[in-house]
Design a protein around this ligand. Structure first.
Ligand code: SF4
Ligand code: SF4
Length: 142
């Protein structure tokens, strides 16, 4: 759990983005819709515990760049009031995403592999031979 002193040293990372759940894609077209999200600047998409999220990197306008404090602390929104230090980016350091897409190109490649090649057959073949974990990426949410 983060200590308050850690917030004092921090530039307010938790006030520089927000993430929203999105529908789990099923068909090729659903993945292509996500590719469209990823065509936009400062958008990433990640999967955590099987749930899909869009991450919007966009600083809250109430975060002071002078001291990194909240300029509306006493009337900050509920989400900010309920935010737990245990969810802190700085303390956690890295997120163990199952998938993390940072560009439309990555999604394009993923769609090709998932739908245009027979992934199931390839996975079966891989299972025969033990190898290192093939988790897609480990990234911070910054
Ligand atoms: S990211 Fe963590 S350390 Fe930084 S201000 Fe937010 S809660 Fe505090
Ligand atoms: S309202 Fe304040 S606490 Fe909430 S995101 Fe903005 S700067 Fe951070």
């Amino acid at each position: 759990m983060a200590k308050k002193s850690q917030c004092e040293k921090c530039t307010g990372l938790c006030c520089r983005y927000f993430a929203l759940p999105i529908e789990t894609p099923e068909e090729k077209g659903d993945y292509d819709d996500i590719r469209w999200y990823l065509c936009h600047k400062d958008i990433t998409v990640f999967v955590e515990d099987g749930d899909w999220y869009i991450n919007i990197k966009n600083k809250c306008k109430h975060l002071s760049e002078k001291d990194y404090h909240c300029k509306i602390y006493d009337k900050r929104p509920r989400i900010c009031r309920q935010y737990r230090h245990s969810d802190c980016d700085l303390v956690e350091g890295e997120y163990d995403y199952e998938l993390h897409f940072t560009s439309d190109k990555q999604m394009e490649e993923y769609i090709k592999i998932k739908f245009d090649n027979n992934v199931t057959e390839k996975q079966k073949a891989r299972k025969k031979k033990p190898q290192r974990s093939q988790r897609p990426q480990k990234k911070t949410r910054k």
